[in-house]
Design a protein around this ligand. Structure first.
Ligand code: URA
Length: 237
């Protein structure tokens, strides 16, 4: 997590206003990891021990629930071993240990949730919950047969087993020999949608997630994030 200025932590913990917190730091009454704190010091509220007059200061334990319009060209991890851009760069102004819920591929865009609430995240990703995820796939092929679409609907054999039933709707056929198909699945296997279309001979050109459960990406701009409202959090809990 990004380190935060000590006076901000003290203020958020209700010890004093930020200005008064600065005075407290200067007066030597604040310690960080058993050492007298200095003005301008930054702390990691998860790991640093903060004390005021010898009493522990409890950092605010606020929970965050965020949706991001993930752009293409970034990975859904906190830090990438290949040093590629991560989704965390798009939500850098949140001072909490948030993490992405599940994954979208490097080259997939669309709705991604992030939180610092582990239970909420588990509830969404746990296979037993069968939460629907909806994607718009731009695929090769100007005419996808009903037979192939129905194979996707019923379940198709991939190298890691049969897929569960899916909802599939042919949205648009372009005259350049490509199509748009909306697909809703309840599983979250690696590159599942791409592999499903590959299996019927219509490889994916571009993929966008538009919905998780009843939560829609809506008009959120590309690369931007917003907090979920209480009704949206409840609908996914
Ligand atoms: N299925 C895929 O193939 N890729 C994603 O990013 C998500 C679902």
């Amino acid at each position: 997590m990004e380190k935060i200025r000590l006076q901000k932590v003290l203020a958020e913990a209700g010890i004093a206003s930020r200005r008064k917190a600065e005075e407290l730091i200067l007066s030597g009454k604040i310690k960080v990891n058993d050492k007298v704190a200095v003005l301008g010091q930054k702390v990691d509220t998860e790991f640093d021990k903060i004390e005021y007059n010898g009493m522990p200061v409890k950092a605010e334990n606020k929970k965050y629930y965020i949706m991001l319009y993930k752009p293409e060209g970034c990975v859904c991890t906190l830090k990438d071993e290949l040093d590629r851009p991560t989704v965390m760069e798009y939500v850098s102004d949140i001072h909490a240990r948030i993490f992405p819920i599940g994954r979208l591929d490097f080259d997939t865009e669309g709705l991604l949730l992030l939180t610092n609430d582990g239970d909420f995240a588990n509830g969404i990703t746990h296979p037993s919950k069968n939460i629907e995820k909806t994607y718009i796939a731009h695929i090769k092929g100007g005419h996808v047969s009903q037979e192939k679409l129905s194979r996707l609907r019923k379940g198709i054999k991939l190298d890691d087993g049969m897929t569960k039933p899916a909802k599939v709707r042919l949205d648009t056929i372009y005259n350049n020999g490509t199509s748009l198909v909306e697909i809703t699945i309840t599983e979250g296997r690696n590159r599942q949608v791409r592999r499903m279309f590959e299996a019927i001979g219509h490889p994916v050109i571009a993929l966008k997630r538009t919905k998780i459960g009843s939560l829609e990406l809506g008009k959120l701009p590309y690369g931007k994030w917003r907090h979920l409202n209480p009704a949206e959090i409840k609908s996914l809990s």
